[in-house]
Design a binder for this molecule. Structure first.
Ligand code: R5P
Length: 294
């Protein structure tokens, strides 16, 4: 097996090549004077090529380069191209919320197949059902929850794990299972008199406890800021935050630390100052799950 690294691999390709005992091949890249991207795989490939390429900013360039890498790998002799995408951009637009909008996750996924991808591993894609909906190649979505939970094990002690909403409950449930703790999700409430919005756990009392809030994405930090403020107001001892994809736009980190978050940690699916754990092990688990296909 060959593992192909690009400028959007963020070191994960190298980690996987080492774990798989595979040869690491680095794509050559440049930008033409008119702004177009160029990518070349400078070695002959054979058998399975695993391309590890995330879709963080600039997302459009990242996506074009991924399509190029898939086609280049086939052209360089790979019999099968398996693509591992640590962060799938454009996944949140998974339906036409307004008339006239595109379904961007469909474009992104179908494009991979058209370019020649034979199998796909995604990490905590916004809606895993998008994969079943738009792909006909073998695919699997993996969660790096075990790695994130382990990172907080000692700091958290006897705490509770919370999801910022019901849709994120599966992550909190898995993290709680890894840590042997209880879990819950947060529900939004509005004070009828002051109009103030707060969120509180549905059933668990957080008073005096350490709290770990776990989500898929921190973008502006708005969701986590509100959750952290509410938990501290309800008497939580410390609030820790874990997420898979730390997009961290518009001063998100300052915003959540200002609200009293003790520490935030994320994976390396997107390069960030809080990327403390790697998604490499989770991707390995995914490859294992689709090994018949590759
Ligand atoms: C929403 O569906 C996601 O799970 C995240 O909660 C959301 O993207 C976080 O965004 P922000 O950090 O801007 O609140």
């Amino acid at each position: 097996m060959f593992v192909v690294a690009t400028s959007f691999s963020n070191g994960i390709a190298a980690k996987l090549a080492e774990k798989l005992g595979a040869r690491l091949v680095r794509a050559e890249e440049k930008t033409f004077p008119d702004g177009e991207s160029y990518l070349r795989i400078p070695e002959k490939l054979g058998g399975t090529a695993l391309i590890v390429h995330s879709l963080y900013a600039p997302q459009d360039v990242a996506y074009m380069k991924l399509l190029m890498a898939i086609d280049a790998a086939k052209g360089a002799g790979a019999d099968r191209v398996v693509v591992a995408i640590p962060y799938v951009a454009y996944a949140r637009q998974d339906k036409r919320f307004l008339e006239g909008e595109p379904i961007t996750v469909s474009i992104v996924l179908r494009g991979l197949e058209t370019a020649g991808a034979d199998a796909l591993v995604t990490v905590d894609i916004h809606q895993p059902r998008s994969l079943d909906e738009w792909l006909s190649i073998p695919h699997v979505n993996v969660l790096p929850v075990k790695e994130l939970a382990d990172y907080f094990r000692v700091k958290l002690g006897q705490g509770v794990v919370l999801a910022p909403d019901k849709g994120a409950l599966h992550r909190a449930e898995e993290a709680a299972k890894v840590l042997g703790l209880s879990y819950d999700y947060l529900e939004k409430t509005r004070d009828r008199v002051t109009g103030e919005v707060a969120i509180s756990p549905k059933e668990i009392d957080v008073s005096g406890k350490n709290v770990l809030i776990i989500d898929d994405i921190i973008s502006t930090g708005g969701t986590i800021a509100l959750a952290a403020r509410s938990m501290l107001k309800m008497g939580a001892a410390n609030v820790y935050v874990a997420c898979t994809h730390a997009l961290l736009v518009k001063g998100a980190l300052d915003r959540i630390y200002h609200e009293g978050v003790k520490e935030a940690a994320a994976t390396d699916s997107v390069p960030s100052p809080i990327s403390k754990v790697s998604v490499a092990e989770a991707i390995l688990r995914g490859l294992q799950q689709i090994k018949e296909a590759i």
